[in-house]
Design a protein around this ligand. Structure first.
Ligand code: ADP
Ligand code: MG
Length: 751
């Protein structure tokens, strides 16, 4: 039976409305094996005829039969199947993949025909040997001469052993000597199959042709049989679907095949990935700012891990208690100077015009510093500063380190209440500061020792004072007075101003008892003093040993001088309120219970915070989200446009592999795999950068913010989004490019 039969077949080209004829009303039948030559002048329709026969192009009129079955109703899929079973094309311009080696080009056709990897190698090497290219098997096709290229495409046909080989001017682009060799090889092939060769050089085919068909003006004008070959059974190619493994292998090969394309694609995806990361983390950042904008106007440290404690019996919290508390599981550390956590310290070096305005944290919280050293002695301190501050200090950082600073409590009425500290190091903050509710910008890390000093003046400034004279008790509103220590006075004795005489029995206080009482949020202390002397302007210096000039101030403040030990007993108290910092918010509840059972009153800071949602905040977050999503969509299309341009250079590749028998589905998968590898590489690059930033090996500010707001879940979401984007890009592209027949795709410029 005729393997191919054409009955009145015509082919027209429709180019933007103008119709031209390819060939018309052709009646031909082909048998196998045979070396059939088609010849005729240029433009006579030879190529068009071959393309129709090999299913690369469609026809408009008549009927073509393949092994007796009609093809006029064939879908693209049917043609794909037909081509895979029957056809192997050889072209004038070779249709090799330039960036593949000879071996890879031959291998490709076998991979696409579904051969298993283990069967491929021997076949490929055998075919390469038969065409005499063993020496060049690892040379890239783009580096071969014309004759070598054509021998490679014949090796491709040989390896595949399809029943029909269609060669369109295979010797058109090569020298005469090579041309004769090519025809020889094709003639060898024609002994077992149908070989149809188009040529207008009849010299090359002398002695080979079994039949010569001559065309002119789209018509067959002569059909001359030279040898009568015996018709044989046609063995159609038993092709299989390409295995997933081979698809992935090819996809990965294609990814790295052309270096500039690979770099460009990864670059584009890197931009897309970074933009997605940026938008996503910005949204997360805004969200978390909104969520965490919980405030307690009283507290400066609104850490949710903070529990404020005091003893139920109102007694002092001593170091033993602190040790016990710190040994509780999930307790990070205890700050025994709770009252300062919510205060502000000013730190300065006036002579150098350096000022820090800081919240306070215990130096127990210090793990490492970014600049300088951790504190060594109890007067050492570390300050956490903003990135911006650090940038301005960086140049002469030594001016700031290991020099004495004065530290004092903000709003302390006593300007003498300063302490000298030595700053040994700085921590550089990575957060952008939230000034809204808290104007204390920096954080100073101090030892308990320094805080002991400030605790005394804190009690001094924040206590109510009462005085009982002659069995009557007055608050300091009624009788304003100050208490000052004086070394020269014995314990239990006091020296008072003559102003007090008017409250004493018989208007004389000497030798009478007065009681001084100190009362504040933490403790009450009362002590009785026996008045030793009453001072006036003339005896002030003699009684107190102080300069005469101090008299006016002392008397106007009603200063009461007492022994220094007595003074300390009144004011130099330990701590009554501490803050327990737990290591994670989840443990707050259990630790709170435990503290309760240890007889502490507790306040969980986390429960004292109020939300700060405002309609404005919520709306602006929504707007921000929408803007980011829109910009990502715009960027996506920009990237798509660029990727399309890059991929257009691959149109040839896809048309070649389709001609070699790759179905649309296979092409799509290959493209998908290629783009997915690129996306994964881009994603990996960014993850590596993030890891390096996390480990402080590199320092990219932008990545810091990323890290801060993204959790594992977010990385997974972003990964999925990027994969989907990549699939969308390849889907959009392949929908366009694989819609038409391979030749049509190559012809079209609008794709
Ligand atoms: P040959 O291979 O014998 O030189 P072709 O088959 O290439 O001839 O061309 C046959 C006719 O079809 C010519 O008139 C040519 O102009 C026309 N033709 C070929 N390809 C196209 C095309 N893509 N678009 C429009 N006309 C075409
Ligand atoms: Mg032609």
């Amino acid at each position: 039976m005729d393997i191919i039969k054409l009955k009145g077949v015509s082919k027209f080209y429709n180019n933007k409305g103008s119709i031209s004829l390819g060939f018309s009303k052709v009646n031909l039948s082909f048998t196998s094996p045979s070396f059939t030559v088609i010849t005729g002048e240029s433009g006579s329709g030879k190529s068009t005829l071959l393309n129709v026969i090999s299913g690369l192009d469609t026809y408009e009129e008549g009927e073509m039969y393949i092994n007796g079955s009609e093809t006029s109703h064939f879908s693209q899929e049917d043609y794909e199947e037909y081509r895979r079973k029957y056809i192997c094309n050889i072209f004038q311009d070779f249709n090799l993949i330039g960036s593949y080696t000879v071996y890879q080009n031959v291998e490709l056709s076998l991979i696409l025909a579904g051969f298993k990897k283990k069967n491929i190698k021997a076949r490929v090497l055998d075919a390469i040997e038969k065409v005499g290219l063993t020496r060049l098997k690892n040379t890239k096709a783009s580096n071969l001469s014309g004759g070598e290229k054509q021998r490679t495409s014949i090796a491709r046909a040989l390896a595949l052993s399809s029943p029909i080989i269609v060669a369109d001017e295979p010797t058109g682009n090569i020298d005469r000597k090579s041309a004769r060799e090519i025809m020889h090889l094709l003639h060898e092939l024609s002994k077992t199959r149908l070989v149809i060769v188009v040529t207008h050089n009849t010299e090359d085919i002398k002695g080979y042709a079994d039949r010569i068909i001559t065309m002119s003006d789209g018509k067959v004008v002569e059909d001359k049989k030279i040898n009568n070959t015996k018709e044989k059974e046609t063995n159609v190619l038993n092709y299989k679907n390409i295995s997933l493994f081979n698809k992935i292998r090819l996809g990965i090969r294609n990814t790295f095949n052309i270096k500039y394309k690979f770099v460009l694609l990864v670059f584009i995806y890197l931009i897309l990935t970074l933009a997605c990361f940026f938008s996503y983390s910005s949204i997360r950042k805004n969200e978390s700012n909104l969520k965490n904008a919980k405030v307690n106007m009283m507290l400066k440290d609104t850490s949710k891990k903070r529990i404020i404690i005091s003893k139920k019996d109102k007694s002092e919290i001593i170091d033993d208690d602190i040790k016990k508390l710190e040994s509780i599981k999930h307790v990070n550390y205890v700050n025994k100077n709770d009252m300062f956590i919510d205060g502000v310290f000013d730190i300065d070096r006036e002579e150098d015009n350096i000022y820090f305005y800081s919240k306070y944290k215990s130096n127990k919280e210090l793990k490492k510093v970014d600049v300088g050293d951790l504190p060594k002695s109890s007067n050492d301190a570390v300050i956490k500063i903003s990135n911006a501050e650090y940038k301005s200090m960086k140049k002469n950082i030594n001016k700031y380190l290991n020099v004495p600073y004065k530290i004092y409590l903000e709003n302390d009425p006593d300007s003498n209440n300063t302490y000298n500290i030595n700053v040994t190091g700085f921590i550089i903050s990575k957060d952008s500061n939230n000034y809204m509710f808290d104007d204390a910008r920096d954080i100073v890390y101090l030892s308990d020792n320094i805080l002991n000093f400030f605790r005394k003046s804190y009690y001094l400034n924040n206590s109510n004072k009462y005085i009982t004279i002659n069995n009557k008790t007055y608050s300091s509103d009624d009788i304003f007075y100050l208490i000052k220590p004086l070394e020269s006075i014995e314990s239990g004795k006091a020296i008072v101003s003559e102003e007090l005489n008017s409250y004493c029995d018989k208007e004389e206080c000497t030798n009478k008892n007065i009681s001084l009482k100190i009362e504040n949020a933490y403790f009450t202390e009362e002590k009785v003093f026996n008045v030793k002397n009453v001072y006036n302007s003339s005896n002030f210096k003699k009684l107190t040993g102080l300069a005469k000039e101090l008299y006016d101030e002392a008397s106007s403040n009603n200063t009461i001088f007492i022994n220094e030990n007595d003074y300390n007993e009144l004011y130099d108290k330990g701590t009554f309120q501490a803050s327990v910092f737990v290591d994670n918010v989840k443990s707050v509840k259990t630790i709170d219970k435990e503290l309760e059972s240890l007889n502490y009153n507790t306040i969980n800071v986390k429960d004292t915070l109020t939300k700060n949602y405002t309609a404005y905040n919520v709306i602006s977050l929504t707007v921000i989200k929408i803007l980011y999503v829109i910009s990502i969509i715009i960027l996506f299309f920009v990237c798509y446009a660029v990727i399309k341009i890059i991929l257009n250079s691959r149109k040839k590749y896809f048309s070649i592999i389709r001609i070699l028998g790759a179905t649309k589905g296979v092409c799509k998968d290959l493209l998908n795999i290629e783009l997915l590898v690129d996306v994964n590489i881009s994603y990996l690059i960014i993850i590596v950068l993030i890891m390096l930033t996390k480990r402080n090996i590199i320092n990219i500010d932008y990545l810091d913010t990323l890290i801060k707001y993204l959790k594992l879940k977010d990385y997974i979401i972003l990964y999925i989004v990027l994969i989907l984007m990549s699939l969308l890009i390849s889907m959009r592209y392949s929908r366009k490019i694989f819609k038409y027949s391979p030749l049509e795709t190559e012809r079209r410029e609008d794709l």
